[in-house]
Design a protein around this ligand. Structure first.
Ligand SMILES: Nc1ncnc2c1ncn2[C@@H]1O[C@H](COP(=O)(O)OP(=O)(O)OP(=O)(O)O)[C@@H](O)[C@H]1O
Length: 267
């Protein structure tokens, strides 16, 4: 399979401390490739560098060194104009942990769906736009009357996260970066969202980078798992490789800290 994303020797160093300056290597010489339609989990404890890596790929945070290639374009060197960036964010889309943060509290939730329509060149409020929005909500199991015309505070975190998946469904990105998208949600919404990721990959060939501290969910949904520790990917392999034959002490600790790992998940 062709690589859709290539990360090459990526590093990000932060300066921290006020009186005594010290350097934190949040991402330390990381390289990997993602293929079309793959679901890959990036797993590690808090502070291991997952979000920093995700932000660099999303072009939200500049790397200290190294390159990110997406479909043969160097993300930090080749994308210069606003149109280049729009192209990138149409193809590389993110869903973050806290759905409330993705909505402006002063606007009705419809706005994020209309913005998605604009991004793909469709006129909001047209008959076609209405149809696409309805289809997208159906895809995530929401009725239009349930959510449209409402403000974010009138909906639950699970409903908001589903609307964000509906937005992703409208945009149909080639790469979806989902950074802890389910950790704040109840078990049934979590299961539904993970099921939707699987459908997106099967139906539209979406590649998904699932960023999580939860090896349990990653085991169930991934084709491959990367284990991140102190800014480095210290181990990678199939879920069974990682779980049954972990080579790194840190991975063994991570497995031991997941009591629900072998429980049957019913999605
Ligand atoms: N803007 C920043 N300035 C200084 N240090 C930072 C900054 N952002 C992150 N760091 C540091 O970089 C390291 C990696 O942080 P990062 O948020 O990427 O980890 P993470 O694995 O995503 O953690 P979490 O699961 O808690 O989100 C941490 O030591 C963090 O303190």
């Amino acid at each position: 399979m062709d690589a859709i994303l290539r990360v090459e020797k990526l590093s990000k160093v932060f300066e921290s401390g006020f009186i005594r300056r010290s350097l934190v290597k949040a991402v330390d010489n990381v390289s990997f490739e993602l293929s079309e339609g793959e679901i890959v989990s990036l797993v590690g404890q808090s502070g291991s560098g997952k979000t920093t890596l995700a932000k660099i790929i999303l072009r939200l945070l500049e790397p200290s060194s190294g390159d990110v290639w997406f479909m043969d374009k160097n993300v930090w060197k080749d994308l210069k104009t606003l149109d280049d960036l729009k192209w990138y964010w149409k193809n590389v889309h993110a869903i973050f942990q806290n759905p409330y943060a993705s909505f402006n509290p002063f606007y009705k939730v419809d706005r994020v769906l209309n913005q998605a329509l604009k991004l793909i060149g469709k006129e909001p409020n047209s008959e076609e736009a209405k149809r696409v929005i309805e289809e997208s909500l159906k895809f995530v199991g929401l009725g239009p009357d349930e959510v449209l015309g409402k403000y974010p505070h009138q909906l639950s975190g699970g409903q908001l996260q589903r609307i964000l998946i509906a937005r992703t469904w409208i945009i149909k990105p080639k790469l979806l970066i989902a950074d802890e998208p389910v950790s704040m949600l109840d078990v049934s919404t979590r299961g539904k969202i993970i099921e939707l990721f699987d459908i997106m990959r099967k139906k539209y060939g979406t590649t998904i980078l699932f960023v999580s501290h939860d090896l349990g969910i990653s085991y169930v949904i991934s084709d491959r798992i990367f284990v991140m520790y102190q800014g480095k990917i210290i181990e990678e392999g199939s879920p069974d490789d990682i779980l049954l034959n972990p080579t790194h002490e840190y991975t063994k600790e991570l497995i031991a800290s997941v009591p629900t790992l072998y429980r049957k998940w019913s999605f």
